[in-house]
Ligand binder design. Structure first.
Ligand SMILES: [Zn+2]
Length: 196
């Protein structure tokens, strides 16, 4: 990665486990630039980077990484920062940085747990009972498995596909997903928004 990051003051790489490395930067400026420009890729794979205190490499916190997520098809009536934050919280955690100018979609910076399946869309229920889907696009995400929803491998190389003999029509992440609990929560959110 040194040839990609080109840290002015150098860096040290310490292999920890399979596919897990600690990168140490003597200078804060180099470290900050690497963090700000996440996510990175290496040989077409997403390289998830997370800052950890010195001497505390690995662990659960290493599984979270910052991503920009685009929220598409969000009706303008819900286009408030509170509502977008709710949506961001559904996709990941800490959706506290809202970026960029208004386009046809919203951009949300979130911390994503890369050990869990990605959320690809969300179903909104309007008060009159009609439904609408909003979809999420992850910026600079390289490889994603349509079978198990995880980052880092494609369905061609998925253990689950091999073990369970699944075919493309069975891949749950190729289709919209429904989360009934969430619809209920959102109804509340929409209701609160409308009362204001
Ligand atoms: Zn998979």
């Amino acid at each position: 990665m040194a040839s990609v990051w080109r840290p002015v003051m150098g860096m040290r790489v310490i292999p920890l486990e399979d596919n897990l490395f600690a990168f140490q930067f003597p200078h804060l400026k180099d470290l900050q630039r690497v963090l700000d420009e996440r996510p990175w890729s290496f040989e077409n794979q997403t390289l998830v980077c997370k800052q950890v205190p010195a001497g505390e490499a690995g662990g659960d916190s290493a599984r979270f990484s910052g991503f920009w997520v685009q929220i598409h098809e969000l009706p303008t009536v819900y286009a408030t920062s509170e509502f977008v934050e709710q949506v961001g919280r559904y996709v990941g955690t800490y959706p506290n940085i809202f970026g960029g100018a208004w386009r046809s979609y919203f951009r949300v910076r979130i911390a994503l747990n890369i050990g869990e399946p990605l959320k690809r869309n969300m179903k909104l229920q309007h008060r009159n009972g009609t439904f609408q889907w909003i979809t999420f696009k992850y910026e600079r995400l390289n490889i994603f498995c349509l079978c198990c929803g995880l980052i880092g491998h494609s369905e061609k190389f998925c253990h689950k596909v091999y073990e369970q003999g699944l075919t493309a029509k069975d891949f749950p992440y190729a289709l919209p997903t429904i989360d009934p609990v969430l619809v209920e929560e959102l109804q509340q959110v929409i209701g609160e928004h409308k009362r204001r």
